[in-house]
Each structure stands twice: as structure tokens, then as C-alpha cells.
Design a protein around this ligand. Sequence first.
Ligand code: MN
Length: 288
Amino acid sequence: MRLTTFEHNETTSIGALVGDEIVDLCAADKTLPACMIGFIAGGAASLEAAGKAVESGEHRLPAGDLTIKAPVSNPEKVLCVGLNYADHAKESGMEPPPEPVMFSKFTSAIIGPGETIVLPEESEEPDYEVELVIVIGEGGRHISEADAMDHVFGYTVGHDVSARDWQLRKPGGQWLMGKTFDTFAPIGPAIVTSDEISDPHNLGIRLRLNGETLQNSNTSQLIFKSEELVAYISQVVTLRPGDLIFTGTPPGVGFARKPPVFLKPGDTAECEIDEIGTLSNPVGASGQ
Ligand code: MN
């Protein structure tokens, strides 16, 4: 199922994308919460109710008439993995790490498809990174690799917008500030449940800036795959329904190019992953 959060007549609801229509799941089944985290926490019962709503053929709205929001806007955690593609580590001048390099973003960075990435006055080097994003289903702590995929609800497309000057050169030696400016975590347009993805670790992944392809790889190149990431992270924190894990970006980012390419107002960034979708966001300047 392809699940969206959308607005219609100033009401927020959860929808299933079917062709160019969205099935309003909360209208079809009043027991379903109008909140993606609640829907995910409902587990198999939510998916069963959603399946019945889709089969009924009712409560369908043209997707083009709706405002598609970030599929999850308020996860408890947004975890991110750095240097998770060997070629990207190399272009960044770093060794592929022996275990995942973790950082985080705050939920204030999350925006949905079509919303503007606002470039802050405080950065001269705003960069792009397309990423496969894991959406956690059933939560847990100390999840084994063998059980990990039972805790993956699905996947979405993410854009790990990164202020390189803040990430790499500011004092402190950590990445948080450069990664979590407001609007620096676009996600969407839909969460695709795991059963609809043939192999999450063999999907074409690419980023186009103003129509030009600047990143073009495959999730088969991930160093640490979903199972390892869920197991690794859950050693430390309890994962909860709706938590997001940005899994890292392939090569081709802007700061590693000669000459460098940075985001500028008026750009359009499109992040695309096969079988999951295309996340498109305009880029603007703060104060505009
Ligand atoms: Mn990243």
C-alpha cells in the first residue's frame, strides 16, 4: 500500500494512493486515526481496514485536488546514517566506517512534497542528498538482525539537506547543526509498505537538480542495510512506530564536485527511488 497524509477541506486524513486517486481511509473507516503514527501503531489491523476501504471503491478523491503533506510529520526520532555508500565516503575524503555513523535531525526540519526548502542566511554551502528512508512499524529495543525486517513498516524518499559549512567546518566536530536547519528534511510523497517493494536493497536512487541528474546509484551499494541499521540503533534506543531512519546518500553531492554545486533560490530538487516515488521540492531563500 502507498500511504499518504493529505489535507482536504482543511481536514487532515490518511490516504491510500491508487493510480491518480487517493482513498480517504479515515472517511471510509472512522476507527482509523487521522495521524500516520497512530495508523502505523495500529499494525495489521490498520492495514486490514485500509485494504477493505480500497476494495470498497468508495471515498476516492482525485490526488491532484489534494494537498499532500509529509507522510509523517512528528516522529519521535529522525535518525540518520552518514557515509553509508562506499563511493560517497570516498568522494567525501573519508574511509568507509566500520560501523554506522549516526546523527539526527529534529522534527522541525520535516517538510512534505512541494514545500519549499528554505535556505538560511547563516549558510553559504547548502547541499543536497537523496536518501532511502526506513519507516519503523512495531517498536522495540535490542532487535536482532533476524527480526529487524518485522519492525520495518515501509520506506519513503528523503532529502537530507546539508549545510556543509556548519556540518564540516564549524567548531564542535559534530554534524547536528548543519543537518537540522528548518525545512532540511523533506520526505514523501508516500510511505510504501514493505510488501510492495521487491527488494529495498536493489532500487535505483537518483537526484535531479533543475532536471539535471546529479546523483544516480542503487541501494545495493549501501554498506549497512536495513536489518543492520535497525539492530545497531536499537542497541541504544527504543524504536517506536513512525520513527524514521535516513539511510545515507550515494555519490554525486554538491560539495564534492569540481566546481562545487550548492542549492540556490529558484532551484527544484527531485529525489527519486524506484518503486517508491519522486519527492520534488522548490528551493527558496529565507525572507522571501
Ligand atoms: Mn545524509
